[in-house]
Design a protein around this ligand. Structure first.
Ligand code: ADP
Ligand code: ADP
Length: 238
């Protein structure tokens, strides 16, 4: 069964309709890519999944988003609690200006994962390893700040930070949109590994990227989700 089921989701920012009757399913262990021209509602749809749109004033939604049988688009959901099940990665790497260790440890603590010191250390190491960064940062874990790393490393640190809450779903808004091609390929490889453990929804403007890593592609246009296709089918001529 799907991990999330979105049905007839519509959203208005004041008078402006940003999503119009959007429906799709999200499965665990898949990468679902959102594509489409800018302004078509991709970010908005992504934010609805973790109730981030609540933070914008004047937003109204209707429709349902089922997650384990619960309608998380309804009024009974506590957004901060709900958000723990998600990791978020933005387009521009935005590590905290604290030590590399603290970037991940802070996220774990913030979300109430506060085991003893040793267990926290292990957890941070595991998140950094899963983000493919441990070997590069181990020796200056406490000395270097997150902002001292290269762009690609910063983004992998942000991925490690997003993994700190042991999320069911990773939400990524053009995560390779501002890094170089080699660092991009590295992150694409990483996502193919990470999807073994959780669902990933990724906004991308790169068809090559969608083709390379996505299992399915959702095509948005003017706030509507026109079609969700298997990547294979999408890139194979009929
Ligand atoms: P995309 O991610 O595909 O570029 P967005 O979801 O960011 O699209 O935006 C969808 C539409 O909603 C756009 O027309 C955008 O201008 C509008 N929009 C996005 N955020 C807001 C906001 N906070 N207030 C008003 N309109 C917004
Ligand atoms: P931008 O369009 O420049 O990415 P946004 O308004 O989308 O800016 O986001 C502002 C900040 O909030 C960013 O630092 C982003 O990382 C964070 N953010 C946005 N959406 C979410 C979300 N759904 N979950 C967690 N953090 C988010």
């Amino acid at each position: 069964p799907p991990i999330m089921t979105v049905r007839n989701l519509s959203l208005h920012y004041g008078d402006k309709q940003a999503l119009d009757d959007v429906s799709f399913d999200l499965y665990s262990n898949e990468i679902l890519a959102f594509i489409g021209p800018s302004g078509c509602g991709k970010s908005t749809a992504l934010k609805c999944l973790n109730r981030m749109h609540d933070d914008t004033r004047g937003v109204r939604t209707c429709g349902t988003i089922l997650m384990e049988g619960e309608d998380i688009n309804g009024p009974d959901v506590d957004p901060p609690l709900h958000r723990r099940r998600f990791g978020w990665v933005a387009q521009k790497p935005n590590p905290f200006p604290t030590s590399i260790y603290e970037n991940v440890a802070y996220a774990a603590r913030l979300h109430g994962l506060t085991p003893n010191r040793q267990a926290l250390k292990e957890h941070v190491k595991q998140c950094l390893s899963r983000a493919g960064l441990w070997d590069e940062v181990e020796e200056h874990l406490y000395k270097k700040s997150g902002t001292d790393l290269s762009g690609g490393q910063q983004q992998r640190l942000c991925i490690a930070r997003a993994l700190a809450t042991q999320p069911d779903v990773l939400l990524m808004d053009e995560p390779t949109g501002s890094i170089d091609p080699i660092a991009t390929a590295r992150i694409e490889d990483l996502l193919l590994e990470l999807k073994q453990d959780q669902a990933i929804v990724i906004i991308t403007h790169s068809m090559a990227q969608a083709r390379r890593i996505a299992d399915r592609v959702a095509y948005f246009h003017l706030g509507k989700l026109l079609e969700v296709q298997d990547t294979e089918a999408m890139f194979t001529a009929p």
